[in-house]
Ligand binder design. Structure first.
Ligand code: COA
Length: 204
């Protein structure tokens, strides 16, 4: 089936080599990724789910699943990381931001990486791409709440230049905040390479 996605940001499609030499694909989420999103959620450990959603969830609520694939790539951008096993797509990470409706210069972000793929650099790669795109879209401030005891997220945030401060309304949480600045547009060659990857991807 062929889908027409208005404004699909092909320049965000990328193949990333991890420290162990394996390659993963990062790409903007598509409306047809609903089942991938559900499978990814199920693949997360109970702790991973709790850290991502800050609630004890067994299944991805349908309303959230629908929201996750209803993306305009401007006010709501979502990237997913995936690998291919026996020709099948397996989602191994996701990152998204939603622009604050009262303050278009600020967005709130969240991300998660499948347990078996953590500590390989995927979280860092996803967050860096979100930041780059946010900055290029005119966003100036990235914020997130995370659990106070979420060592991995706090460490990733600090390593990525975020300030970590107490959340005055909820002692379980800390606030992550970073100013982002405009990024140079990717050279045309890189954009072309990305478009070619999309083609290959859509044929597989
Ligand atoms: C937080 C999370 C996204 C990090 O993703 P990741 O792919 O494992 O992180 P990376 O491998 O890119 O690590 C980047 C940096 O973060 C830090 N870090 C990541 N995991 C860490 C851990 N368990 N302990 C300490 N530091 C850690 C390190 O500084 C690391 O850099 P280094 O590898 O050069 O030392 C992942 O642990 C996760 O999905 N957790 C569950 C969901 C969640 O907590 N989401 C956050 C909601 S906002």
């Amino acid at each position: 089936m062929t889908y027409t996605i208005p404004r699909y940001p092909v320049h965000l499609i990328d193949v990333v080599r991890l420290v162990d030499g394996s390659r993963i694909t990062i790409r903007p989420t598509l409306p047809q990724d609903l089942e991938l999103q559900r499978e990814f959620f199920r693949s997360l450990s109970t702790e991973g789910r709790y850290r991502r959603f800050m609630a004890p969830l067994n299944e991805l609520p349908e309303a959230v699943a629908q929201r996750f694939i209803t993306i305009d790539y401007r006010s709501h951008l979502a990237l997913l990381a995936e690998v291919f096993e026996d020709g099948r797509e397996i989602m191994i990470g996701e990152a998204r931001y939603v622009v604050d409706e009262h303050d278009p210069a600020t967005c709130e972000f969240a991300l998660a990486v499948a347990d078996d793929w953590q500590a390989c650099g995927i979280g860092r790669a996803l967050l860096a791409r979100l930041e780059r795109e946010a900055a290029a879209s005119g966003i100036r401030r990235m914020v997130a709440d995370t659990l106070y005891d979420n060592k991995a997220m706090r460490a990733l945030a600090v390593a990525s230049g975020y300030a970590v401060t107490a959340n005055r309304k909820d002692a379980r949480l800390v606030k992550l905040e970073k100013q982002v600045s405009a990024w140079r547009a990717a050279p045309r060659k890189v954009q072309q390479a990305a478009a070619e990857i999309t083609m290959r991807h859509s044929l597989s």
